[in-house]
Ligand binder design. Structure first.
Ligand SMILES: Cc1cc2nc3c(=O)[nH]c(=O)nc-3n(C[C@H](O)[C@H](O)[C@H](O)COP(=O)(O)OP(=O)(O)OC[C@H]3O[C@@H](n4cnc5c(N)ncnc54)[C@H](O)[C@@H]3O)c2cc1C
Length: 360
């Protein structure tokens, strides 16, 4: 089984072994057996945030292929829903909008599975899953038991959670906790939703903070995302990516002082020593370091990786496969951009996707 067929960048070599888990029970049995025998494990949802090595994966891929949505609790104004890990995230969002439930609509169009959304606290257009997530049911690979982790247990941050940190802090290829289902608390709001993002408010013709019909919010989010190549489309190579390749860097406010006045920066709390932090725009840093949309394609610039990979022609944050790229090609583009930004602005960019068997 070639991983390229199961990842949105369409790169990655073969997996030594492959299990398609069609139920949570089957996933747990497989994970327990593999961990007991010491076989490397890679849990895969939609493959939209994973960059796989060209050499493939020397262990067993466990693909979570079980789906389902259910209402588990109803109160006057709220509903608690449970989404199985392998369920398509966007289908779950569409379902919630159809039910007239508010909370997930701004997260329309994000590829991948519901179970992966807490891993990096998926977010867009002023929303992220931490705002409505209640808890997850998960298999704790270290303790060998089923657990419920609340929103507080998950200690969410910007594109971050305790699950993602458990992965980055180890040389394992799968997090300590494998999410089996996710619970969200959504609101009955008479089919309208608050608009929390200026660009979205502008597209809707309302003020930020105003309310708009749920279906209209979803429609406009999908439209805005498609214009940036951020909705998967097999015909459009700008979407053959992992979405944003770099996270927006969070740096001491003193770093901001060395950037031009028009560099976007947003308050991001304080570090352990109390120094104020700001979040910079990775897209701005990349663009203004000389890496515009389509960088890497040539002929005016230096084509990188034989122009098989480039920045998206719609958005400078996505590193895209133009049809015949390898993982090494994508990494060559990403490396050039990362090093160029470091050289121009002195700011280090970090990859958002999980790199498996490869490094930037
Ligand atoms: C075009 C495009 C646009 C995107 N836009 C956005 C966006 O707007 N906002 C955003 O936040 N992200 C965005 N992404 C990134 C991606 O869609 C999300 O991170 C998504 O949640 C990944 O889901 P997945 O099932 O594809 O994860 P995968 O790539 O399959 O897995 C990602 C990581 O999570 C682990 N994992 C997967 N499932 C589980 C589970 N059930 N339990 C524990 N670990 C698990 C995997 O082992 C891997 O380490 C975009 C990606 C693309 C291609």
């Amino acid at each position: 089984m070639r991983l390229a067929e199961y990842t949105s960048s369409r790169v990655g070599g073969p997996a030594a072994d492959w299990i398609e888990a069609t139920s949570a029970t089957q996933a747990v049995q497989a994970l327990r057996a593999l961990d007991d025998s010491g076989v490397p494990v890679l849990v895969l949802g939609g493959g939209s945030n994973t960059l796989m090595a060209d050499s493939g994966f020397p262990g067993t891929v466990v693909r979570l292929a079980f789906s389902g949505t259910e209402v588990v609790e109803e109160a006057d104004s709220t509903v608690r829903i449970r989404i199985a890990a392998g369920h398509s995230w966007d289908e779950a969002v569409a379902w919630s909008v159809d039910q007239g439930l508010t909370g997930l609509e701004a997260l329309s169009g994000i590829p991948g599975s519901a179970g992966a959304t807490p891993v990096q606290n998926v977010g867009a257009y002023g929303a992220d899953v931490s705002q409505s997530l209640v808890s997850v049911q998960a298999w704790d690979r270290r303790a060998g038991e089923l657990v419920t982790l609340t929103k507080e247990d998950l200690r969410f941050g910007y594109r971050d959670s305790v699950i993602k940190r458990s992965l980055l802090a180890s040389d394992d290829t799968t997090p300590r906790w494998v999410v089996l289902s996710v619970d969200f608390r959504l609101h009955h709001t008479g089919r309208t939703a608050p608009v929390r993002f200026a660009q979205l408010a502008h597209a809707l013709g309302v003020e930020e903070g105003d309310w708009a019909p749920l279906e209209t919010v979803r429609h406009h989010v999908l439209h805005l995302r498609a214009g940036k190549g951020m909705v998967l489309d097999p015909e459009d190579h700008d979407t053959w990516s992992t979405g944003s390749f770099f996270t927006n860097p969070i740096v001491p406010a003193s770093v901001r002082a060395h950037l031009p006045e028009d560099a976007p920066a947003y308050g991001a709390g304080r570090d352990a020593d109390g120094e104020p932090l700001v979040k910079l725009s990775a897209a701005w840093l990349i663009d203004r370091a000389g890496f515009g949309k389509g960088f890497g394609l040539g002929p005016d610039e230096h084509p990188i990786a034989g122009a098989r990979a480039s920045l998206s022609t719609k958005h400078t944050l996505a590193v895209t496969n133009r049809g015949a790229a390898s993982t090494a090609d994508l990494l060559a583009v990403a490396r050039t951009v990362r090093d160029g930004v470091q050289g121009r602005w002195g700011v280090e960019l970090h990859p958002e996707p999980v790199l498996v068997g490869c490094a930037l």
